[in-house]
Design a binder for this molecule. Structure first.
Ligand SMILES: C[S@@+](CC[C@H](N)C(=O)[O-])C[C@H]1O[C@@H](n2cnc3c(N)ncnc32)[C@H](O)[C@@H]1O
Length: 330
């Protein structure tokens, strides 16, 4: 049975994180397009419930927005929310590393802004039956796109212990990954692990109570790891950031909000690479071909204020970075 949240409109279910800062960071790229007599194109790579997209469309009247999401349910909610802007939007069911193809297929030569608000949405966490949350009992699914790919249940029951260990250690940064993967393999030998509650029980049985008291819910990191694995989140992000940067017009900006250090590291590496001159050390003058094509706009990462975190606890782990394209080699 759907839980009560399913009935509520998107605007009541999700509070967009760092909303004003994101829109302000995108603004100069949009204004530059307007000043050049072009219609600005912005891609929201993580449409979710359309909160950021709605604010961008409201602030910039001429702008055209492309909204991507791999989750069909997000499209239903965001589509309803953004209906007043329907002649200025294209909502596309796609994985965000397809950004360049989507933009080209829609016939746009370049874009002026890209937003990534990474991770899971409130929608995915609150819809209990989707199996993202360790706090509700549900089928062990965790797919953002429920039309394709293996579920968390498939991974938990089919991967060998070493692969489970690698995933839980690397992507969950879980200290007890060894014990947890052994316990999973032992438990599934007795009966298939099919629900979130069954998996939580297995994890609880091997994580020391003191560790659970000090480091949050004992299943938190394993669930994060499985979610990343099911959706291949980091591999996709690794391709998507350079693809988004490459699609920018001069003056265009990419803004990324990460929710854990693995996402932020990938973002940082691509931003640093793109903004570093390739001139050999000691070269007297910087040749055109050595000049960096991007400029980093944020000092380290930016974080939400205490006030925003108090109002919206999901903002607590957000870390924002942004770059601008300053040069385009033909
Ligand atoms: C944190 S939510 C975005 C919330 C949105 N900014 C808002 O204001 O409502 C992240 C969204 O990105 C989507 N998503 C995550 N990874 C994706 C990917 N690789 N490709 C496309 N969409 C993705 C998720 O399905 C989810 O709906």
């Amino acid at each position: 049975m759907p839980n009560q949240d399913s009935q509520r409109p998107a605007s009541e279910r999700h509070v967009p994180v760092l909303l004003d800062r994101c829109v302000n960071l995108l603004a100069p790229g949009i204004e530059r397009a307007n000043a050049e007599g072009r219609r600005a194109i912005v891609v929201d790579c993580t449409l979710g419930m359309g909160g950021h997209s709605e604010a961008i469309l409201q602030r910039f009247e001429n702008l055209h927005l492309i909204g991507l999401d791999r989750d069909e349910q997000a499209h239903e909610l965001a589509g309803a929310r953004l209906a007043p802007f329907q002649d200025r939007i294209d909502l596309v069911h796609a994985v965000y590393d397809e950004i360049a193809d989507v933009v080209e297929d829609l016939g746009f030569p370049g874009i002026d802004g890209v937003l990534f608000d990474l991770g899971v949405s409130s929608l995915q966490l609150d819809e209990r039956e989707r199996g993202f949350a360790y706090s509700y009992d549900a089928p062990l699914d965790m797919r953002m796109d429920t039309s394709v790919g293996p579920t968390a249940e498939d991974l938990v029951n089919d991967l060998d212990r070493d692969e489970l260990l690698r995933i839980i250690r690397q992507w969950g940064e879980e200290k007890f990954a060894g014990r947890i993967s052994t316990a999973i393999v032992e438990a599934r030998a007795k009966s298939r692990i099919s629900t979130t509650a069954e998996l939580v029980e297995v994890i609880r049985s091997v994580v020391p109570a003191a560790a659970a008291r000090n480091h949050g819910h004992p299943a938190k990191r394993t669930f994060q790891a499985l979610r990343i694995a099911v959706n291949e989140e980091l591999d996709v992000l690794e391709r998507a950031i350079p693809a988004a940067m490459g699609a920018l017009n001069i003056g265009g900006r990419v803004v990324v909000m990460s929710y854990h250090s693995l996402e932020d590291k990938i973002t940082k590496r691509h931003f640093v690479q793109g903004s570093t001159s390739s001139a050999p050390p000691g070269f007297p003058v910087e040749l055109e071909e050595h000049k960096a094509e991007y400029k980093v706009l944020t000092k380290g990462t930016e974080k939400p204020s205490e006030h925003e975190i108090a109002e919206n606890s999901r903002a607590a782990s957000a870390r924002l970075r942004a770059v601008e394209r300053v040069l385009k080699r033909s």
